[in-house]
Write a protein that binds this ligand. Structure first.
Ligand SMILES: NC(=O)c1ccc[n+]([C@@H]2O[C@H](COP(=O)([O-])OP(=O)(O)OC[C@H]3O[C@@H](n4cnc5c(N)ncnc54)[C@H](OP(=O)(O)O)[C@@H]3O)[C@@H](O)[C@H]2O)c1
Length: 266
């Protein structure tokens, strides 16, 4: 059995991915805090400082780099500062550190997890993801770049926080294509089995939804009754939001409503 190193293995995608990799690979996780799964080899480290990276890549055939640091995703809402900066420590500098050590260790496949539409970024966080992709493409290690649309958990968290307000001013006419991180994890695990594939097909959810319809489904299933006010947005913003979908790409199976029904609110 070969060893696969997963960064971000304590996160939403990472946890799903570990389950899908375990039957066919030894799984090692570089994590700031050791997890509890006894079938995983936990290496304590931090992409922000570089601690543990060399130990983590030693003897590994494939690295799946799924760690990220998005302050907005963590808190579940956007602040004005998110529109002009995002910290590059993990996503850019950490990716560079990981790539350098992967190159030294002779890793055969570096699979970078990214986001659909990062080449036309709406937010500085997305720009960082694109910079990281460029590092991966320019590096010496054979690579894959695997992009997904927005995960259901994040859409749910953002709406849950927004619904603390009595009224929801939202860009109801933009399109969204949320996806189950478990569906995407299965796709990533298959790409690990296939080996370096360069820029792989984008992966999105089964439906492209008008944001207003997505919110209506969320309210119905979560039992919320907030008044939604249509927030007009420039056509430029609508186009940028459409770039975050991939109707022609690979599609997951779990719909937004099915996911909501099977996951309690956070
Ligand atoms: N969320 C989305 O909608 C979405 C959509 C498409 C693609 N993606 C991409 O999918 C990947 C996983 O996203 P996710 O939603 O699963 O993220 P997540 O749940 O926020 O998990 C992020 C992971 O990164 C780890 N991490 C953060 N800072 C770190 C550091 N300094 N050193 C080492 N590990 C660190 C976290 O560890 P701790 O537990 O220690 O914090 C956690 O395991 C990312 O590349 C993301 O850009 C996300």
């Amino acid at each position: 059995m070969d060893t696969v190193l997963v960064t971000g293995g304590t996160g939403h995608l990472g946890r799903d991915l570990i389950g899908r990799l375990k039957p066919a690979h030894r799984v090692r996780v570089l994590a700031r805090t050791r997890g509890t799964d006894p079938d995983v080899e936990w290496v304590r480290g931090d992409l922000r400082t570089g601690a543990g990276i060399r130990e983590a890549v030693a003897g590994v055939r494939t690295v799946v780099h799924a760690a990220t640091w998005s302050p907005a995703a963590r808190r579940g809402y956007l602040l004005p500062t998110d529109f002009w900066r995002s910290p590059p420590d993990v996503d850019v500098h950490g990716t560079r550190r990981l790539l350098d050590e992967a190159g030294r260790a002779g890793i055969g496949h570096f699979a970078y997890v990214s986001i659909v539409g990062v080449d036309r970024p709406l937010l500085p966080y997305l720009r960082l993801k694109y910079q990281a992709e460029e590092l991966v493409r320019a590096g010496d290690v054979p690579w894959s770049v695997l992009r997904a649309t927005q995960f259901h958990w994040l859409t749910d968290r953002l709406l849950g926080k927004a619904a603390r307000l009595p009224v929801l001013p939202l860009p109801t006419d933009i399109e969204a294509q949320p996806v189950d991180s478990g569906d995407f994890a299965a796709y990533v695990a298959q790409r690990v089995a296939d080996g370096p594939g360069g820029r792989c097909e984008d992966f999105g959810g089964p439906e492209v939804l008008r944001f207003g319809d997505l919110v209506a489904q969320w309210q119905r299933i979560r039992g919320r009754h907030r008044k939604v006010v249509r927030l007009p947005v420039p056509a430029r913003f609508e186009r940028a939001a459409r770039a975050l979908t991939c109707p022609a790409g690979h599609r997951g199976a779990v719909t937004w409503s099915a996911w909501l029904r099977s996951h309690p609110p956070e």
